[in-house]
Design a protein around this ligand. Sequence first.
Ligand code: IMP
Length: 199
Amino acid sequence: MNLLIATHNKDKLKEIKNLLSSMNITILSLNEIKNLPEVIEDRETIEGNAIKKAVETAEKTKYLTLADDTGFFIDALDGAPGVFAARFAGDQCSYKDNRDKALKELEGKENRRAHFRTVIAFASPAGLIKTESGEVFGTITHKEVGTKGFGYDSIFRADESGKTFAEMGSNEKHEISHRGRALKKIIPFIVDYFKKLEV
Ligand code: IMP
């Protein structure tokens, strides 16, 4: 039995594989699928993008598919970058460009609250099956702290741990992360779904 994770991002795939490692299924990623046109993430919400990615990928590949989309919401910037978290500093920007921009825009601001939100969508070639979401709240540091992870990890200190995500091992991060929480909610449903396919 196969489950396709609709991502090329190795960091994300590693996190998701880790969380699904107890399941007896083959996990594929878009890196193993040839000639698949990229899904354009043009919806205004992370829900919209996650659903679009899962449904279109499942339709085209004929695999059961899991897709996620994450937003990063900074209170003092009215929720920016939000759904545009990947391209906060411009179209071809790096993770570091985004972190630098966030730190710069928060200079002199007292309110450094922020949160991540992930929506995960599970779809079959026939359409959407289920969505779940997960959030984690915290504060933006004044400079980069820690060297692990990716994206905004080194400038986001989660309330639950007092450490930045970049100071945590991946298991520690999964326990409280937006994606970890969304996955933990959807995994029992997926396990059940695959069990029903077996009988
Ligand atoms: P995506 O929708 O999951 O690709 O996430 C959009 C952007 O949000 C990424 O390019 C990262 O900059 C950021 N992001 C998503 N998840 C994380 C995370 O777990 N830690 C730090 N940044 C993240």
